[in-house]
Design a protein around this ligand. Structure first.
Ligand SMILES: *Cc1c(COP(=O)(O)O)cnc(C)c1O
Length: 407
């Protein structure tokens, strides 16, 4: 018999979202009269901009004509889109050749793990988006699973006590550091000074930062950097992954990109972009040409305006949620709300309580689904994540129910 890949055998079963679904189903079964509302969604809910949808529809229709047909495109993305991202999104701080178009940020993170392989040291923020650790496990870079953690991963707690800025001094030389800002799940957007500290550490210690900027367009505070490449020195120590999923509602359309600067190199001097290009051309055959037309339309003036108005809608949801969580009933229970207004997530600490116990209590008393912070890592224990992805009526109704809760 063929042996099972040891990386797959050791990945802790994807536990969080199936377990949430299990508890929700059990509750709905027992209370068929309650309309359960989810504030646990990490998926977009609002429709596409008509301008962007039309661009894709027109292009798709033209594929049925000899003049409009196209087959495989450049594996690294359509030139026009790479140029547009460099010019509009990055305002020229990266070149079109450094932009690689993909089918999404999660897929790019998986390919990053293929490039760096099993022998690299990996550091992650704790709590974190699960794919940084789970993908590392699949390629065999995470070591053994001991007591809920992997012994080859360096976990960097991000807590209210350290201002969500991890202590980097525990990161060994020559590590990969996954860093997400604005952060999922905490909603924290790092400042220029904080990212400067991160970049300086990476440069001094030979580390490479994998910077996940999937929520960058949610940043409303003008002082906050939207890209790691706004930080001096980042070009020699960082890869940025980004996506149209959250800002344009492309979670189902699928389009993202990565930026690998020319200067970024391995220990032997080989440019990382050489191997990145190799992986993109060998294991990936280019993003959907229809989706890429959508990306071009998203970066037009109308597209940008539409994206910003949908993002504003989600940020207003986030505001409703954070105002509710700052209410007297939650304050009396010691809840502390962490919300910067620059992300679609509200992170709430309940000192002395367990995430799952809170999840159950809010589900059973309000019929509202949240996400237990502990599911994102040990440092998330005692927190809940509230997602602002949802229709306004649902979010408002969930907030009314939460405001009546006594904990
Ligand atoms: C949603 C999300 C992504 C987006 O992934 P896609 O594959 O582009 O849909 C990436 N990183 C984080 C932290 C996310 O929450």
């Amino acid at each position: 018999m063929v042996k099972r890949n040891t990386g797959f055998a050791s990945v802790a079963a994807g536990y969080l979202f199936p377990e949430i679904a299990r508890r929700r189903n059990a509750y709905e079964h027992a209370h068929p009269d309650v309309r359960v509302i989810s504030l646990g969604i990490g998926n977009t809910t609002e429709p596409l901009s008509p301008h962007i949808a039309q661009a894709m529809a027109t292009y798709a229709q033209a594929l049925s004509t000899p003049a409009g047909y196209s087959g495989y495109g450049d594996e690294c993305g359509a030139r026009a889109l790479r140029e547009k991202i460099a010019a509009v999104y990055y305002r020229g701080i990266v070149t079109p050749e450094e932009v690689f178009i993909s089918d999404g940020a999660k897929c790019d993170i998986a390919r990053v793990q293929t490039v760096f392989g099993r022998d690299v040291r990996v550091a992650v923020q704790d709590p974190a988006y699960p794919v940084y650790v789970d993908g590392s496990v699949l390629v065999g870079a995470a070591g053994k699973h001991v007591d809920g953690r992997y012994d080859g991963i360096i976990y960097l707690p991000c807590t209210p006590e350290n201002g969500f800025l991890p202590d980097l001094s525990v990161v060994p030389d020559d590590s990969l550091i996954y860093f997400c800002s604005p952060n999922n799940p905490t909603g924290v957007a790092s400042t220029r000074a904080e990212l400067t500290t991160l970049v300086e550490y990476a440069v001094a210690h030979g580390c490479i930062i994998i910077y996940d900027a999937a929520y960058a367009l949610f940043i409303r505070d003008e002082q906050l950097p939207k890209s790691i490449f706004e930080i001096p020195g980042a070009r020699s120590c960082a890869i940025e992954v980004n996506s149209f999923s959250k800002p344009a509602g492309f979670t189902g359309v699928r389009l993202g990109w990565s930026v690998v600067p020319r200067e970024l190199a391995f220990a032997d001097g080989t440019p990382v972009a050489t191997d990145w290009t190799r992986v993109m051309t060998t294991l990936f055959n280019g993003a959907s040409n229809i989706a890429q037309q959508g990306g071009l339309a998203a970066l037009s003036e109308t597209g940008m305006r539409d994206m910003h108005s949908t993002i504003d809608y989600y940020l207003e949801n986030a505001c409703l949620i954070s105002d509710t969580m700052r209410g007297a009933n939650f304050a009396a229970a010691g809840a502390r709300v962490f919300s910067t207004g620059n992300a679609p997530y509200v992170w709430v600490a309940f000192p002395g309580r367990s995430s799952w116990e809170l999840f159950d209590e809010i589900l059973s008393t309000c019929g509202v689904v949240t996400t237990p912070g502990a599911g994102f890592g040990r440092a998330g224990e005692g927190f809940l994540r509230f997602s602002a992805f949802g229709h306004r009526d649902d979010v408002a109704e969930a907030c009314r129910r939460l405001a009546r809760l006594s904990l």
